[in-house]
Ligand binder design. Sequence first.
Ligand code: GDP
Ligand code: PGA
Ligand code: MN
Length: 611
Amino acid sequence: MSVPVMVPGLENPPTNHSRLTAWVREVAELTTPERVVWCDGSDEEWRRLTDELVASGTLVRLNDEYKPNSFWARTDPSDVARVEERTYICSVDEADAGPTNNWMAPAEMKQTMTELYRGSMRGRTMYVIPFCMGPLTAENPMYGVEITDSAYVALSMRIMTRMGSHVLDAMGDDAVYVPALHSVGAPLDEGQADTAWPCSETKYISHFPESREIWSFGSGYGGNSLLGKKCYSLRIASVMGRDEGWLAEHMLILKLTSPRDEVRYIAAAFPSACGKTNLAMVEPTIPGWKVETLGDDIAWMRFGEDGRLYAVNPEYGLFGVAPGTDWKTNPNAMRAIDKGNSLFTNVALTDDGDIWWEGMGEPPAHLTDWHGKDWTPDSEGPSSHPNSRFCTPIQQCPILADEYEDPKGVPISAILFGGRRASTIPLVTQSRDWAHGVYFGATLSSETTAAAVGKVGVVRRDPMAMLPFIGYNGADYFRHWIEMGKGANGGDSSKMPAIFYVNWFRRDDDGKFLWPGFGENSRVLKWVVERLEGRAEAVETPIGFVPTPESLDTDGLDLDAASLDAVLNVDVEEWRAEIPLVQEWFEKFGDKLPGVLWAELDALKARLGVE
Ligand code: GDP
Ligand code: PGA
Ligand code: MN
């Protein structure tokens, strides 16, 4: 096995980075692709790969009139979402993975996966994708190199990351980078026809936090295969942040300008499919307020020289949930995708070559659904998979903030935590202080969504919306958050962002959302800013500061007083019922759980009159 046949593309690599070329050779020898291609990120390369995938049936070119230079893809029906059950943190010590992650010893995982990778790229092209998360102008550019046997992944990486020759050149001969290996795990024998969406029943999404490596096998779905995103920028980066004194978080970043021209930057952590992309691009319904986008999924936050917490979006594209996205709910996303240059996965195709999904209003009389079957409004089931996605360059977002390319980032004034809860959690609550805010985050709960394989609609704890993304022990992660608020790592404890908890998803007895959401969420942003400035009223409740009905700007809002009361209500009985659940959640972490969080729970119990 050690003397490979000549693999075209392996000789004369376009770099003198010897560790990188050695790794590429080693992977090629193991996986035995037909050829190796170093991706340069050019338009020519995009054309060549999209042409190839159109010819092979993986992509369908959309009508240029509606979506120029854009493509429709359908996955295998088994490969539609992140696979949390198959996601592993392979730290040397099992305790470092903590109680919330799957764990396997690194040597054992590498042995298992090496056998899976052996020959796994047979008959395929192996793409080498040099990329950088965050601006290349950063003091320490955060490089990665993904090796993949999927052209769909190579194309998606071009949208989602800064990648190509300019990155490889910037890496020079010895830059540190995160090696990220991906194979769909579907080798092709001589003469064997390919399928439109090759993947494997066996899947592993593995992370090696000590050596900062990622090995992914068997899935082509974005969250499992675009390794710069959740794998690097959250799981591996959270470990880097722990070691180096910063935070890698599952947060959108937005810029809010008031009618008085005051600018504030806000970050918000919601679990997957709970509204980050929508809030990041929100079009305020209140006059004079302006929102601009910095990021819709991931924030890297470190302290600036002034002791404030600054956030950078490491990504280059938007990988958004399609269903529900419409001119009414998220017009800026619609404007972004209308510019084209996008990949659409598992949505429906119209007869004239445009895309369609649930939430876009009246459906056309006929569609091709995400299974490739005829679909009419009488068909059973939705035309698009609930986790279908658009993948679009972020530069096409019409309200992208100028600061987006600034490697220094933007100073964050407020952090919002939120999730999907049909009951209990009011529209917005402000924490008393940083520790109480960390408690908000640590106890965040949300109903599961289609973004991950598994049952939908089950309430689970999802700390800081990071449950599937914390690359180390959750208790150590909470401790890191608490330390960040105490002046550690160059921070100024008096300048920490204020922390809020929001819930757009509270329902009435008929199961209808109480709050209209989307553009109307700007009213909550306004209240948040006014709280920072000491200009908005609040009621002090056992759980924190909640708006008085008058303090929330409801001008022109179509919501009756009873619904407003219901959406702001703090029901002490419901909150008492949460206590044993939080208790049980905290106990999972054993002695490692910071005492501050137990103290917060005790204080809450006292305020609720719970023994
Ligand atoms: P992300 O995965 O966290 O970025 O979530 P998205 O912003 O893509 O939203 C996920 C789903 O929630 C989409 O179907 C949205 O239409 C829907 N959604 C987003 N914001 C709201 C809101 O304020 N209210 C309601 N009811 N739904 C929302
Ligand atoms: P999101 O991320 O749903 O948080 O946007 C993508 C994913 O979960 O795969
Ligand atoms: Mn999103």
